[in-house]
Write a protein that binds this ligand. Structure first.
Ligand code: NAP
Length: 451
């Protein structure tokens, strides 16, 4: 636990910090700063009027247990020395230079919001989308709520063998009544229920030993009421050898679950999930719209997928890429590291500028990974803080004045609470036990926030 540094009270002026992004890594950093320096202020900026980042807009709606961590983040944002600046995009409404001018230190917790490209011919065809559009749509994110992806004419391909791919598959494969108590927007529930989906293909370019999904998530794919998971027995090895005992346990479980799926009867449910390994996308074929996915058969050598020379085809009128994410470059940060994170040393980008979460280490790890990670970066900042000039006195007024001069409407935590109240009231009115009925349009979010 972070202790208030002894020298802190001796420094002149109030300390004030900016955290950009109100997802898990940003709010764990906020909590760490607010606890260590109770007399300091932390201003949390987010481009949405709604906080909690991927917990609200990325975690799958049927994982309400995971989403419940918002209660921890709510307590952070309710701290007297923490202030929420919603509806503010850094790089548009305020520059990073503005923040560095007005804050003692700035933490970038902006995640990696851009879908990685496959880099194969046909990727621009209608019906090829990224997982951020898909999960944004089924999570009611206002940038994607109207995107209404055409769910195709039967076969859907989901590329990737990570937990994001598993999430996307599961949400599409679940029956409408399995989603009633979640916060899946009604438009998505109805569209998924109406879609003529018969087969979903989850495609990994390497083998079961290299897949990055975790056993709990893989097992859930075998518990869906309208969908049966199947896998070709010949793709399963006798055993998987892992690097350490913990990994070994996980890999043994994965193999065990897959063996179970290989015995399933593909005709036992109306919808089938085919789990494919050793299949690397070569081309997305069709006219304007995708019709099929051409794949290279691979084998794994020294951990790498190697083409065997054999190709084959899977029909698909919707292809969802769940192959990882890139960070968005930000003026004032010296580039990126291979597009996946900002250049940093244990979180430090420059004096007074830090990265946490995916912006620090790339798109990996679960929500809990961010807690210790953010605390360590804050500890590093605290060690250096004495050498940073204090800019705190009046920072809040100066930033609010700057926003007003630029005609930017900031929303507060109290504004978010108005949105939240409306969402909870709508859930009660619907009467089927929905976790919440999300407000999903920008105009309505802002109208509720500014009542
Ligand atoms: P991930 O675990 O890195 O999986 C990405 C997948 O895409 C891998 O199977 C990868 O294959 C594949 N891939 C990458 N480039 C490809 C290409 N060009 N062609 C074909 N396949 C390609 O990432 P993620 O699924 O996006 O998840 C991000 C992080 O969030 C992970 O740490 C994940 O565990 C976490 N998460 C957790 C949960 C949960 O706990 N329920 C839910 C969602 C996300 P290779 O391995 O061969 O590169």
């Amino acid at each position: 636990m972070l202790a208030s540094p002894g020298w802190y009270r001796k420094t002149a002026g109030m300390r004030v910090f900016a955290v950009v992004g109100s997802g898990p890594s940003g709010l764990y950093a906020t909590e760490a700063i607010a606890k260590a320096l109770p007399d300091a202020e932390v201003h949390v900026f987010d481009r949405l009027p709604t906080p909690y980042g991927l917990v609200r807009s990325g975690v799958a709606p049927d994982h309400q247990g995971t989403k419940n961590v918002w209660r921890v983040y709510q307590r952070t944002l309710q701290r007297a020395n923490v202030h929420y600046f919603g509806n503010i995009e850094i790089g548009r409404d305020l520059s990073l230079d503005d923040l560095r001018e007005h804050y003692d230190a700035v933490f970038l917790a902006v995640g990696a919001p851009v879908d990685k490209a496959l880099g194969v011919p046909g990727e621009d065809k209608v019906g090829v989308i990224g997982s951020s559009q898909m999960s944004g749509w089924y999570n009611g994110h206002p940038d994607f709520s109207s995107s209404s992806p055409d769910l195709g004419q039967g076969h859907i391909a989901v590329i990737g063998n990570g937990n994001v791919a598993v999430d996307v598959v599961r949400v599409l494969a679940r029956a409408a009544d399995e989603m009633l108590k979640t916060d899946l927007p009604a438009y998505a529930r109805e569209q998924i229920a109406r879609a003529p989906i018969t087969d979903i293909h989850m495609i990994g370019r390497r083998g079961p030993g290299e897949a990055s999904f975790t056993p709990v998530e893989l097992r859930e794919l075998g518990e869906l009421s309208r969908c049966v998971a199947v896998v070709d027995k010949t793709q399963l090895p006798e055993s998987i050898v892992a690097s350490d005992p913990n990994q070994q346990k996980l890999k043994d479980k994965i193999l065990d679950i897959l063996r179970g799926y290989s015995n399933n009867d593909a005709a036992s449910k109306p919808l089938r999930l085919h789990i494919h390994f050793y299949a690397a996308p070569r081309e997305i074929a069709g006219n304007v719209r995708v019709q099929e996915l051409v794949l290279d058969r691979t084998r794994v050598e020294n951990g790498q997928a190697v083409f065997t020379g054999e190709t084959f085809v899977i029909p698909a009128t919707l292809v969802i890429k769940a192959i990882g994410f890139h960070i968005r470059p930000l003026a004032g940060v010296p580039g990126t590291v291979r597009d996946i994170c900002y250049p940093n040393e244990h979180g430090k980008i420059a004096d007074g500028l830090f990265a946490v979460g995916w912006a620090k280490r790339g798109p990996s790890g679960v929500i809990a990974t961010n807690r210790q990670d953010s605390i360590e970066v804050v500890e590093r900042m605290l060690k250096e803080l004495e050498s940073y000039p204090s800019k705190g006195d009046g920072a809040r007024v100066r930033i609010e004045t700057l926003l007003q001069a630029r005609n930017v409407k900031r929303t507060s935590f109290a504004d978010w609470e108005k949105i939240e109240t409306a969402e909870n009231q709508r859930a009660l009115a619907e009467g089927y036990g929905a976790a919440r009925v999300k407000v999903t349009e920008w105009s309505e979010l802002l109208a509720l926030a500014t009542v």
